[in-house]
Write a protein that binds this ligand. Structure first.
Ligand code: ATP
Ligand code: MG
Length: 568
């Protein structure tokens, strides 16, 4: 392994919000000042390719790649692929895609721990030859029993006293495939009485007769996480190895490997608090259970907290980066409220999403003083604050769809929309006066009638002479694009799914998905997959990546316009 010398990764396509400082950045600044690591900054993002990335990973991605970006360093994309039974190329591809989608680029620094299997094995032989590691033949259960507990010291394995020669012979036979899974393991010879359980002769190699997604049948022994991780960092000249707090107690072991093997660099591990998000679960194990149990429509279901899921949901990379900036990085565990994520997405979309009209719960409005064949162009700004984004056009005709909730036969106090005798503005069109409604035999309103007031067309001189308090959106029935719209709510009904011993699946929100047919302004037929819009009054929507067809986009609601969960 030679020292990576390639240029830093390219700047991300998405501009991040100005980063706020955090304790890890402070450490790096100190290290740069003191000349530690010779002024280099190299971080890494090391997922195991055994599932799809989730929002928790986004925090780690933004932290690691963000540091590389801001300190002119490099961030390595490294797959920690040491468990052949659980890992698949499909996950590798999806993870790479998600990191790229988040706006980051590893440049030439794409690595796989499995690329180091040869070197890791050579180091292990050194440990064995030196008497620092031994082959143990206890069963997995016995190893656990001998390990002791937090309050009881462990006991030495009867095989701990094997000679280096015996160990080397056995270890080589393990590698050669002479033994079945579980027959032997290689353990570090540290201290079975250490108060830190991680130092009680940790297992560093195990036998696993299973094809590996990259090395195929080449190996039947595989190194374990702690060993592989520390050494991969050192081999890649990582300077700051940032991981979540649960690895704090593993740091002495990390340091042991780095200090006791002839590795080419001295990385250091730092721990930060993982992201916990309310109304969500962020654990691959639980996410797998949701997919396999059919509780969601796959990994990229827009309700899933996976990065492929939030992407389909319409969340933006910049919004995700903004969220990660806002939550910061600290050393104490806490819960972040889902509304913080939703607000970041809203704030990002508000500034850029083109506006459009969609009627989600249609009721017919008939303008009785327009001819049946009347078609008149109306227009509106694509974005109210960005005139440079241009205008959009849509036709006004005699029959329109309006929202059912925009008519009340007997309006409650303070209701400013349509009711018999009331006047409202058809947004970007004319003021109309309501003249009555038609009902079916059950008394249900099936159409509303009105008259258009001439000289009130939006944007024409004197159009605002008639003052109205209500402003409603509409689409021409003859021209509307009828298409599927999915409204999503939080996947879980409670902030802490599975709290206590409870099965987290019992906390699923049964109303997390509503599918309906909406009537959209005709221009939306040209929406391309992943194009995002604000549907006025309804929130931010995205043309679904998977189900949209040319001319017939299907829309997913990313987020409502306001936080509807916080009580006011
Ligand atoms: P899970 O707990 O979901 O199985 P993991 O930690 O096993 O996740 P890895 O693939 O090992 O997943 O994670 C890759 C990197 O992402 C690690 O550095 C890990 O610390 C980090 N990471 C995982 N979950 C979170 C989280 N909730 N918040 C912040 N970082 C996380
Ligand atoms: Mg893990």
């Amino acid at each position: 392994m030679t020292k990576p010398t390639s240029p830093a990764p390219a700047a991300p396509a998405v501009s991040a919000a100005a980063h706020s400082s955090n304790f890890i950045r402070n450490i790096i600044e100190d290290d740069l000042r003191s000349g530690r690591h010779h002024g280099r900054v190299a971080t890494r993002f090391p997922p195991e390719p055994n599932g799809y990335l989730h929002i928790g990973h986004a925090k780690s991605i933004c932290l690691n790649f963000g540091i590389a970006r801001d300190f002119d360093g490099e961030c390595h994309m490294r797959f920690d692929d040491t468990n052949p039974a659980k890992e698949e190329t499909e996950y590798v591809d999806s993870i790479l895609d998600s990191v790229r989608w988040m706006g980051f680029d590893w440049g030439v620094h794409l690595y796989f721990a499995s690329d180091y299997f040869g070197q890791l094995y050579a180091y292990a032989e050194m440990l064995v030859a030196r008497g620092d590691a031994y082959v143990d033949s206890l069963s997995a259960d016995d190893i656990r029993a001998y390990r002791g507990t937090l309050t009881e010291p462990g006991r030495d394995s009867p095989h701990r006293s094997r000679t280096p020669e015996e160990n080397l012979a056995l270890f080589r036979q393990m590698k050669a495939g002479a033994f079945a899974d579980g027959a032997h393991v290689l353990r570090l010879k540290l201290d079975m009485r250490s108060p830190n359980i991680n130092l009680r002769d940790p297992v560093i190699y195990r036998i696993r007769h299973h094809a590996h997604h990259r090395t195929g049948e080449a190996w039947c022994i595989y190194p374990l996480y702690d060993y592989t991780h520390a050494l991969s960092d050192a081999l890649e000249h990582i300077t700051h190895s940032v991981c979540t707090l649960e690895f704090e107690d593993h740091r002495p072991l990390y340091d042991w490997f780095v200090e006791n093997l002839p590795v080419p660099s001295r990385p250091h591990q730092y721990e930060f608090a993982r992201l916990n998000l309310t109304y969500a679960v962020l654990s691959k194990r639980k996410l797998i259970a949701l997919v396999e149990g059919g509780h969601v429509d796959g990994w990229d279901d827009p309700r899933m907290p996976t990065l492929v899921g939030v992407r389909r949901r319409g969340y933006t990379p910049a919004g995700m980066q903004l969220f990660c900036e806002r939550i910061g990085v600290s050393k104490s565990d806490s819960w972040i409220d889902m509304s913080v994520l939703e607000q970041a997405i809203r704030d990002d979309l508000e500034a850029q999403a083109p506006r459009a009209t969609a009627v989600l719960a249609p009721l017919k409005l008939v303008i009785d003083n327009l001819a049946p064949d009347h078609v008149e162009a109306c227009s509106a700004p694509v974005h109210p604050h960005h005139p440079e984004m241009g205008r959009r056009e849509f036709p006004l005709t005699r029959e329109l769809w309006i929202e059912r909730e925009d008519f009340e036969e007997t309006p409650p106090k303070g209701y400013f929309r349509l009711s018999p005798g009331a006047q409202v503005r058809l947004r970007y069109g004319y003021v109309v006066r309501c003249t009555g409604c038609d009902k079916d035999s059950d008394g249900r309103v099936v159409a509303v009638h009105c008259e258009l007031l001439p000289e009130t067309k939006s944007g024409t001189p004197g159009s605002d002479a008639v003052k109205v308090k209500g402003n409603i959106h509409w689409v021409s029935i003859a021209h509307a694009l009828a298409t599927e719209v999915r409204l999503y709510d939080r996947l879980f009904a409670v902030p802490h799914p599975g709290a206590g011993e409870r099965d987290f699946k019992l906390d699923l929100n049964p109303h997390s998905k509503t599918t309906l047919t909406a009537y959209c302004e005709p221009g939306l037929a040209a929406a391309v997959p992943e194009q995002r819009f604000q549907f006025e009054r309804h929130g931010y929507f995205v043309a679904d990546l998977r189900d949209s067809r040319p001319g017939v986009p299907v829309f997913n609601r990313a987020v409502t316009l306001k936080d509807s969960w916080t009580k006011n």
